[in-house]
Design a protein around this ligand. Structure first.
Ligand code: G1P
Length: 271
């Protein structure tokens, strides 16, 4: 059973500057709702019971957003506003599930995950990268279903344009399970076009084994001087750990860039 999720939120958001110089990108509204709430809703609907937020001192506003009870209680007392009451109820529901952990230097996804090491209880957990929205289908739920059958690690995947392979983790297939699921034999973080093993990219949903922490601890800095989860996954695959790439059915939206962020609102407003 997958009961816990980790969400790394300590990134600087440089691709969305200048707004991110003062405001966490994950709180920016996408069609009227903070981006992070889409991720939370996906987790809750997939049966996740506890969500670990990896934040930084610079992103304390995220914590405040979920812990502003005094403010709500006061204002709800004054204004008997049904909408406000419902929003507060929703935030309270989220708050009960969230634990906060700090990563004060943004050293990459692997380093972020490592910060949650002591909180992970089961053999497998879910990790979601909040820049990657997947709409029209609950990708985490589908991945958990595959995990329950295969009892192994899973990563969301999507075919990308060959010219963009150096922006993604790129994997090589080992064998086909069915139309949407494949065993992986290798994965490389942001390869150049010549050395890329394919144009199949990893997207920000992972079901990872607890033993990945042992690999992350030993990792040296990789691409761009960061500790990448992809490099730890590669080490596990080399030791014959089974990893499945799940070609998800929903629509992918990249909220980490300005054009992607704008497009996300447009796409979600059409649903
Ligand atoms: C991260 C991962 C990369 C993955 C991507 C998906 O990169 O390191 O392997 O393909 O997310 O969005 P980032 O977007 O943090 O550069």
């Amino acid at each position: 059973m997958i009961r816990q999720a980790i969400i790394p939120l300590a990134g600087l958001g440089t691709r969305l500057l200048p707004i991110t110089s003062v405001f966490p990108k994950e709180l920016l509204p996408i069609n009227g709702k903070p981006g992070i709430e889409y991720i939370l809703d996906e987790c809750i609907e997939a049966g996740i019971k506890e969500i670990i937020f990896i934040i930084s001192k610079k992103k304390k506003l995220i914590k405040k957003y979920f812990n502003n009870d005094k403010f709500y209680k006061k204002i709800i007392k004054k204004k008997k506003d049904k909408r406000l009451f419902n929003e507060y109820k929703k935030i309270q529901k989220y708050k009960k599930m969230i634990k906060f952990v700090y990563q004060n230097k943004p050293m990459g996804t692997g380093d972020a995950v490592l910060k949650a090491k002591n909180l992970i209880k089961d053999n497998f957990f879910l990790m979601l990268l909040p820049d990657d929205l997947i709409i029209k289908r609950n990708c985490s739920k589908d991945m958990i279903r595959v995990h329950n059958k295969k009892k192994c690690s899973i990563m969301a995947s999507m075919r990308v344009n060959k010219n963009t392979v150096n922006r993604w983790g790129i994997y090589a297939k080992q064998s086909t399970i069915n139309k949407n699921n494949f065993y992986i034999k290798d994965v490389v973080e942001k390869p150049d076009i010549k050395s890329a093993p394919s144009n199949n990219a990893v997207i920000g949903r992972y079901i990872l084994p607890k033993k990945i922490f042992l690999k992350i601890i030993k990792l040296k800095k990789g691409k761009g001087g960061e500790i990448h989860i992809t490099d730890a996954i590669r080490k596990l695959i080399n030791e014959d750990e089974l990893f499945v790439a799940h070609a998800f059915k929903g629509k992918y939206l990249d909220c980490g860039t300005m054009s992607g962020y704008i497009k996300s609102s447009q796409e979600i407003s059409k649903i």
